[in-house]
Write a protein that binds this ligand. Structure first.
Ligand SMILES: [Ca+2]
Length: 429
């Protein structure tokens, strides 16, 4: 169904709610909700059917650490806040401006909607967890200017999908075990511009970040100016970042989405080891473009030049199943490094094999009880025989094999050995 029509039907369904006597106490038609200065407070765990919060602005609903089990919520006022508790629901429609969800554990009811939460414009989500939601946990659709910070998305189908919204900031969140962590998709061929995804951690998702266009529409209206910066993406089943763009002929010229896309400073490690092969989606970053010609039937052919609007710079890719960067056609912004990926080529489409560390060989070193790693040496050549034990970071080392089997069992204590002078602490005349 066209989603604009869907919105309208949802609006009508809330608008036709009878104005029952419960409304006499608070506009939140739910038991155990009391009015307090500035808003409302829940006084016990509560179950109710459907709430429409309207006709007021700039108020909060404090769940007060209780669980609110509710079929659906429609929020129509501006500056409204729901916070501090457990929210079990099937859908939230947030149509008011400047709303906030904070300090909430959010999970599904018995029949969750596919687009579970529809954000409103200038929507803020902070310190929330979204788990076990079989659809899009948080959807930005014609809802610009939102931000999602310090939150966790775990075991959902899609954590966040920006599907026609601009100027969204997704910062400092964790995405674990989702099918897709964050998805950028100009659903009807426009918007989804100037969004920023930065400083997030992605672990064990099928895909970390996806960005794609599919529909046959003039696509240069959408997916422009997005930024994917300084994220850490580990152990995705498929690619850590997947970009798939479809170009069309527009007035005789190729027209491609994804212009002014910047992907920089990300770490992509150990992605792509799923046994379910999907095309070549087994890299740190995978990017491909097609050109669509004709309409009946449309034919798509590979068109790497369609990726020219995407720039990769200063990313690092280690130990991914195939390539670190499989990105023929993108613009090389420089500084990308790839080491220890399964494919000896390491990368295609950008210069990536940093040579300055590959010339450094570490062998037979011993590292114990250092604050973080014993060896933080991604990119060096592993000469073998390095041992790391009892360092603060359980990984012990990055960049080489260091926990040899004998080293693992060895309890090497240096406590009894007197410390010698530090290099800068020499005896002088
Ligand atoms: Ca590949």
């Amino acid at each position: 169904m066209n989603r604009f029509i869907y919105f309208f039907i949802i609006f009508l369904s809330f608008a036709w709610l009878p104005l029952g006597e419960a409304r006499a106490n608070t506009p939140l038609d739910c038991p155990a909700v009391i009015a307090v200065p500035g808003g409302y407070r829940l006084t016990q765990n509560t179950t109710c059917d459907q709430v429409s919060w309207e006709n007021e602005n700039n108020k909060f609903f404090n769940l007060n650490r209780f669980t609110l089990t509710i079929n659906s919520i429609g929020v129509f006022g501006n500056g409204l806040v729901i916070r501090n508790g457990v929210l079990q629901t099937n859908s939230i429609f947030w149509l008011g401006d400047g709303g906030t969800l904070s300090n909430l554990k959010i999970t599904k009811g018995s029949s969750p909607r596919g687009f579970f939460i529809e954000a409103g414009p200038n929507f803020t989500v902070k310190r929330c967890t979204f788990s076990e939601i079989p659809g899009v946990a948080l959807d930005f659709f014609h809802a610009p200017g939102g931000r999602v910070i310090n939150s966790v998305f775990k075991n959902n189908w899609k954590g966040i999908s920006i599907q026609e919204a601009d100027d969204i900031l997704i910062e400092n969140n964790k995405f674990v075990g989702n099918t897709t962590g964050v998805n950028l998709f100009p659903e009807h061929g426009f918007k989804t511009n100037n969004n920023t995804i930065r400083y997030n951690i992605f672990r064990e998702n099928a895909m970390g970040i996806t960005m794609y266009t599919d529909e046959r529409l003039v696509p240069t209206w959408g997916l422009q100016g997005n930024r994917i910066v300084k994220n850490k993406i580990y152990r995705s089943g498929h690619s850590g970042i997947l970009i798939a763009l479809n170009c069309v002929e527009d007035l005789g010229h190729p027209s491609c989405p994804g212009q002014d896309t910047k992907i920089s400073g990300n770490l992509l490690k150990s992605n792509g080891f799923s046994s379910e092969k999907v095309l070549s989606d087994d890299d740190g970053v995978t990017a491909r473009a097609t050109m669509e010609l004709g309409t009946n039937p449309p034919m798509r052919t590979p068109y790497p030049a369609g990726l020219a609007g995407v720039t990769l710079s200063k990313n690092r890719a280690n130990k991914n199943a195939d390539l670190g960067f499989d990105v023929n056609g993108v613009t090389d912004g420089g500084g990308n490094k790839a080491n220890s990926n399964g494919n000896p080529a390491q990368c295609e489409g950008v210069v990536c094999k940093s040579s300055y560390l590959a010339g450094v060989t570490l062998s037979k070193n011993l590292a114990n009880k250092n604050a973080d790693l014993g060896f933080d040496v991604n990119g060096v050549t592993d000469g073998g025989g390095n041992i790391a034990n009892s360092n603060g970071n359980p990984a012990q080392c990055e960049g080489g094999v260091c926990k040899s089997s004998y080293g693992t069992d060895l309890d090497i204590s240096l406590d009894a050995i007197p410390y010698g002078p530090l290099p800068s602490d020499q005896l002088r005349h």
